[in-house]
Design a protein around this ligand. Structure first.
Ligand code: ATP
Length: 362
């Protein structure tokens, strides 16, 4: 029996409403398993916490996160609670920097029955992963760019160290997907190497990693063409890896393909830590009304189980992660327990209960 410590950030707005049923599902799964046990520790943080205490991310919570095997984080931030300088409170970004979570993993999946603005040809579904570098790139000077009367400058920084780690991660992910039958084993480097020297450098490091992985296919695409192809033939992608700002933009395009943010999970992964959280924000407009869609949070928890299982060689945990993801997929395809954002009438509790019931039945 393996024991895992999970740090839990309940978040703001709808955050706690979608975290609570997600933890219930995880507890039930772990209880049924004889190969792993999950221990949850609350890590207070966020905008409401800042409003109460003047501290958005207490040192004790940071410590809990650092020591945990994985971090589960719900949506954070509130539009009217800000730091004195007017900037938003986003402990999730502080965690990303403090723990060097360089790989932002954004799965983009559209399966049978899932609403999408695209008309998919028969037999085609969308199932790729976008990996966004999350610690440097054009976000390097975030908050410290130079602005004068006549001009403004930000710096794009690409380092060999982070790029090597990023590409190794991308190729490993493509191999894992291939072995699981989820993809053909292909990694696409998305850049602008035809215009910027920094991206030619990025691509060169990618090619070095590609040469170390002859069992996988590697190719390149310019970011502008990638935006076009994500709309025209998204079923062609497997794993794509890109710089921070490009990834920021393309991941919202990916969420758009998925019919919105309600089904978009994510992970921010480093060498020693990983945060799993839904892509959406804290949706204060619907907080406290039982309208929040819990599926992106539940799918993020599924990613956590798979990641922990792979990392610790725990096949049962990987299988549970997949089972949880497939259960949500089936409920979405059936269309019977959807929340309002997906065109249904289910409450947060009813949608989450449908997942719990399906798992109980299996
Ligand atoms: P952030 O900047 O923190 O990402 P945001 O202002 O872009 O946040 P969200 O908080 O994600 O936006 O909300 C955008 C819209 O999507 C809102 O109308 C919100 O109600 C809706 N929304 C977001 N998440 C959910 C969810 N889980 N269930 C239902 N509706 C949601």
């Amino acid at each position: 029996m393996q024991d895992y410590q999970i740090a839990v950030f309940h978040g703001d707005g709808i955050g706690p409403e979608i975290m609570a049923p997600t933890l219930d599902i995880l507890r039930a799964m772990a209880q049924r398993s004889d190969s792993y046990h999950l221990a949850f520790t609350d890590a207070p943080a966020g905008a409401a916490h800042y409003a109460r205490t003047g501290d958005a991310l207490p040192a004790a919570s940071m410590d809990t996160a650092r020591r945990a095997d994985a971090i589960l984080l719900s949506a954070m931030g509130l539009p009217d609670v800000r730091y004195a300088d007017g900037t938003e409170i986003s402990p999730q970004i502080d965690l990303r920097k403090a723990l060097t979570l360089f790989a932002g993993v954004r799965p983009v999946t559209v399966r049978a029955g899932q609403p999408t603005p695209l008309k998919l040809p028969a037999g085609k579904d969308i199932n790729f992963v976008l990996i966004r570098e999350s610690t440097e790139g054009l976000f390097f000077t975030q908050g410290t760019g130079e602005v004068t009367e006549t001009e403004a400058r930000e710096t794009l920084r690409i380092t060999r160290d982070i790029s090597e780690k990023l590409f190794r991660f991308a190729f490993d992910m493509a191999r894992t997907r291939k072995e699981a039958g989820d993809g053909p084993g292909r990694v696409t480097c998305v850049d602008k190497a035809n215009v910027f020297r920094a991206f030619a450098f990025f691509r060169e490091i990618f090619d070095e990693e590609a040469a170390r992985n002859p069992d996988l296919t590697a190719d390149h695409a310019y970011v502008d063409a990638t935006a076009l192809w994500m709309v025209q033939k998204p079923w062609n992608f497997d794993v794509m890896v890109t710089e921070n700002m490009f990834g920021d933009i393309l991941s919202d395009l990916g969420a758009g393909l998925m019919g919105g943010l309600g089904l978009a999970p994510s992970a921010d992964i480093g060498l020693d830590n990983a945060v799993f959280q839904p892509c959406h924000g804290s949706a204060p407009d619907i907080a406290g009304q039982g309208l929040a869609n819990p599926f992106a949070m539940i799918l993020s928890a599924a990613m956590m189980l798979e990641w922990l299982g792979l990392r610790h060689d725990n096949a049962a945990m990987v299988a549970d992660g997949r089972r949880l993801r497939e259960t949500v997929d089936r409920i979405v395809a059936a269309g019977t327990h959807l929340t309002r954002d997906l065109g249904g009438t289910a409450t947060t509790a009813e949608a989450a209960q449908a997942v719990q019931d399906a798992l109980d039945r299996a």
